[in-house]
Design a protein around this ligand. Sequence first.
Ligand code: AMP
Length: 291
Amino acid sequence: MEVFERIKDVRQRVAEVKETGGTIGFVPTMGALHDGHLSLVRRAREECDLVVVSIFVNPTQFGPAEDYERYPRDLAGDEAKCQRVGCDIIFAPTVEEMYPKGFGTCVQVQGLSEKWEGVARPGHFRGVTTIVLKLFNIVRPSYAYFGMKDYQQLKIIQKMVRDLDLDIEIVPCPTVREPDGLAMSSRNEYLSSEERAAATILFQALELARDRVQAGERDAQALTGLLREFIGSEPLAQIDYIAFADPETLDPVEWIDSDVVLLVAVRIGQVRLIDNTLIAPGVGTPKGRSR
Ligand code: AMP
């Protein structure tokens, strides 16, 4: 495995592989790698000739009051993990390498970027799409692997790829969870043991909603009320949003008669966590529409 800091070194290795007709699989990350990230790398390893993982805590996707400075960084630990799952190249550039003096261009996927996380974190997705497009141009992957954990981000990247005719297949990968259901996240490191226990409320809420929909409840407002009450019963939890939305447009839905994504953002103490699940209403008789 090679570790590169410079764009030109990555470009050179990628060019060599492409010349011989090899496929490139790419996993962009911010490091502090856990099994969620590694599931993406494993998938890339199975499907591609050269596997590139980028590790870059991207300053432009953090708001001024957010955790850029204290975001966990552990390059040595990340290297060991990447090596174990068969990564070929780590690209870990400096901020100056990615944003040299005078840098002034950004990429914005309009509409999708302004909803949900975009409301809570203005400018966040502009930072994400700008860095991901730069990374795509450097790594030139055939396949790029993204976690469903960040569902809105996945949809925004897919739209960017469509809108800008990028010749890249985006591969969505399922959310990897702790045994108690908490979605793995680098930010889980911030949780105290009491908060860590309370954080399972997110997954439990997703399960509750899924059960209710499967039992015939179709009214998104009623379900949202139920979830507010359920999450509200956890004293350390503060709800940011709960949304039943169209899985592609992310517009809210009122009546669940086709697949929806349930998106939740909840603060546990000072730590803001997000999670989501896709729910298919199934074929049972819906409540309130029985004949
Ligand atoms: P991050 O380092 O948080 O920017 O995440 C890098 C990639 O890993 C993104 O595509 C995330 O969606 C994905 N990811 C993060 N956590 C998980 C998880 N628990 N399961 C699956 N993918 C994840």
